[in-house]
Design a binder for this molecule. Structure first.
Ligand code: MG
Length: 373
């Protein structure tokens, strides 16, 4: 799901290298119909889905097509694959993840907003149905790999590394006035517009704290963030004796994708070898929540709990979309999130429809703020 985006196309690259091992049974995209048609011609899936009803080329009519806002869910129910990889952007992926947990043995999760907004629902369902939930986010994949070596020892802290994003060295005023074209220059990873903007505001790292908290059952105050511009250490764990375990590799999303696809076996996906002597040195910095307030807002949202992570995420999605459309400067993203956290009430989020309602309220607040100020 999300087959035409950055994660989706890299996943298909790995699948194409191992045709005897992996097969794409179903492929979906939100709106990139032409790209999905190309992928369907290469991979011959049984089913495909698009959010918008689209005319299907003659040569692809043997595939079962699904359209509409619930197209992913109906596609999963028809194809019933062993594994589902969800790389949908935003809370839009939550219902796909929940359906994938019903249908598939393993769910490979690249859609962090599903855990940010519906963490309780996703974790409860995966436990109840005994589904394997495998992280595709590089930091969470790194922690998952490190935790395998813990041998029942308690873990003191998780340490998420962070590239620092496009504005790591910028001053506060320049960051405030930055435009979409500035934010989209990510120093080390090539990704879609939403996540690259979230990297620049450090909201991505905030969302990842929430994601890690759900995935690994660790409270936010035991999840640290450290800026590591080289993006070679993908994350670390610390034991009670002060020892660290880190996972390192070249920054290539095919690493975490192939690890989840092949788990528990590693897959030689054809990435670059890590040349530590060439890199020379690693650097580390404490994140600056003064210049990047979204990181602090995310911590606040997860520690308050309830609807606050949903409110944080909804306001952020709405503001990032306005930012990417060049309607607001970068600094307005954090202000919008702050406004929504301050004005939206904490409401129950114990089922899917309540989560969606809290999300809609946050988006209304965000739009109100952006129209008025
Ligand atoms: Mg990540």
């Amino acid at each position: 799901m999300g087959a035409t985006g950055s994660i989706g196309t890299q996943t298909l690259d790995i699948i194409s290298r191992f045709p005897e091992r992996f097969r794409a049974e179903a492929l979906s995209a939100a709106t990139s119909a032409e790209k999905l048609f190309d992928a369907a011609r290469r991979f011959h899936p049984l089913c495909c889905a698009l959010q918008k009803e689209t005319a299907i080329p003659e040569d692809l009519k043997g595939i079962e097509w699904f359209f509409g806002p619930d197209a992913n869910e109906r596609m999963l129910l028809a194809a019933r694959p062993d594994d589902a990889l969800c790389a949908v952007v935003g809370i839009a992926g939550l219902s796909s993840v929940l359906t994938a947990l019903d249908v598939c043995e393993r769910v490979l999760l690249a859609n962090k907003e599903a855990l940010v907004t519906g963490g309780r629902l996703v974790m409860d369902k995966s436990e109840r149905l005994e589904r394997e939930l495998l992280p595709v986010d590089s930091e969470h994949s790194a922690i998952f790999q490190c935790l395998k070596a813990r041998e029942n020892n308690p873990v003191r802290r998780l340490i998420l590394t962070c590239s620092g994003g496009a504005f790591r060295t910028w001053d506060k005023k320049a960051i405030y006035n930055a435009k979409a074209s500035d934010a989209l220059k990510h120093p080390t990873w090539r990704m879609g517009g939403k996540i690259t903007t979230d990297c620049a505001s450090l909201m991505n790292k905030g969302l990842e704290i929430i994601e890690a908290s759900w995935l690994f059952g660790v409270p936010q105050d035991r999840i640290d963030v450290i800026i590591h511009p080289e993006s070679i250490i993908h994350s670390m764990i610390e034991f009670s004796d002060g020892a660290y375990l880190a996972q390192m590799a070249c920054p290539d999303m095919r690493g975490p994708i192939s690890y989840a696809l092949g788990h528990p076996q590693r897959v030689e996906y054809g990435g670059k070898e890590l040349d530590l002597a060439k890199i020379g040195q690693f650097s580390f910095f404490r994140p600056d929540t003064e210049r990047f307030p979204c990181l602090g807002y995310a911590r606040e949202a997860i520690s308050k709990g309830g609807a606050y992570p949903v409110i944080l995420n909804g306001a952020n999605e709405e503001a990032v979309s306005a930012f990417l459309g060049d309607r607001i400067p970068f600094g307005k993203i954090a202000e919008t999130v702050r406004y929504a956290l301050d004005t939206c009430p904490d409401v129950p989020v114990s089922c899917f429809s309540e989560v969606l309602e809290a999300d809609r309220a946050a988006r209304r607040a965000a739009r109100r703020f952006l129209e008025e100020k």
